[in-house]
Design a protein around this ligand. Sequence first.
Ligand code: FS2
Ligand code: SF4
Length: 519
Amino acid sequence: MFCYQCEQTAQCSGCTSFGVCGKDPETAALQDLLVDVCKQIAVKAQAGGRSREADLFVMEGLFTTVTNVNFDPDDIAMVIRRGAKLCDFEPAADMDGLVKQGEAVGIESRKNTLGDDITGLQELILYGLKGMAAYADHAYILGKEDDSVFAFFHEALASLKQDTPTVDALFSLAMKVGEVNLTVMGLLDEANTGTYGHPVPTPVNINAVKGKAILISGHDLKDLALLLEQTEGKGINIYTHGEMLPCHGYPELKKYKHLVGNYGGAWQDQRAEFEAFPGAILMTTNCIQKPKENYKARIFTCGLVQWPGVQHIDNGDFSPVIEAALEAPGFPETEPEKNIMVGFGHNAVMSVAPTVIDAVKSGALKHFFLIGGCDGAKSGRNYYTDFAEAVPDDCAILTLACGKYRFNKLEFGEIGGIPRLLDIGQCNDAFSAIQIAIALAGAFDCGVNDLPLSMILSWYEQKAICILLTLLHLGIKDIKVGPSLPAFITPPVLNVLVEKFNIAPTTTAEADLAQCLGN
Ligand code: FS2
Ligand code: SF4
């Protein structure tokens, strides 16, 4: 196997014998084959064979291969067979044969013929498309879609099949992924806020409440809404985990009294946290890790997430989760309440815009830091805690995605009544951060690059890649990215990014902070 699509890839170069994430070589080969089937469907769509089925298959197929989503080889093999019917691919009859077919279209086969730079650029585009597919799927589930987005998936994937790609053409295509992803993120924002209302500032209890409990993780708001409906009046408390935390801010979700709080931290701490959680657990999207035996019977997956041997719910009926929660002991005592704040989406921040603008003009608020992105297990990620702690008292921090768990339980206080730490939401809400930046630039009559705003991003998986491409498409410069740079970005490609966008790897919190404030 060869996979370098996420930040924790082995030796910062590629997982070759087994995925650091837990992906085995068989699953890795099948994921490569599934991506190739998506490309073949796209080629056919470009030649006039596009269909509704092909559109949806490509979107879901790509999301299936995002890091920490689907680890089940049997399920992926089934998906491949379904996809083969939408193109001219002839799948092997058995698993061994499928794995061989996957190995033949993997990254290494292309590296040998196209070289590292071209292959890396192709993968940059592919990973951007995978992240975008995840966002498009979330929007689609809530009834929002755009034909031009589906058309672009086919256009871009088909280009990745070309025999003689050039660096310039691939670079332009990467920027186009960023542009289309902005549309997708806008759709998702409309889908979430249109269905559940605009998030409002909301305190969230991070301590336990006595009673039976279900923990829900991932990003899918509809799954949470269904779970809340189905558990209402059953004496079960619902807790959010990881990227579900911002859901407490949505009026149509927070109205449920049994949505009592948030439990634990970011995804990479789940194995210890799920083991200790005295109830059932529901994983709605990435990021799942290999479940320990002692909670395997009370963890469930839904949507595109799968783990071999873990019960999967594909019909929206969460009765098995409810039964498992009722069988588990639940929390024995209510702990003293301790709150953190969420709910600072673009609508909420815009509603206090005059106060923010006055604070900037009077000098009370000197600089904004967007410290956002995914979290991960690798060392070096304490950089983000150090950075947030070192941000001077007259500066505000905007945050989003699961990287916030590195500092969201610290006390930051307020500036003129506005919290210094503003949680914008999930990685899925990066659109909100962009809207806030654009609105601030409008208020100060300048460009986003001229704002007293620095972006310090942490990346882990492919959604971070499409967000980064969107920021570059918008011409945003001086972004700092860490904790390490993607292995698929080769030195020549990095040079282009540095030249055009002054993108920089994170160094030390102290030096980077000084540089941001000096600028
Ligand atoms: Fe975090 Fe994981 Fe949000 Fe990423 S929960 S790293 O896939 O999607 O952010
Ligand atoms: Fe390795 Fe990341 Fe690929 Fe998993 S997704 S195999 S950790 S590079």
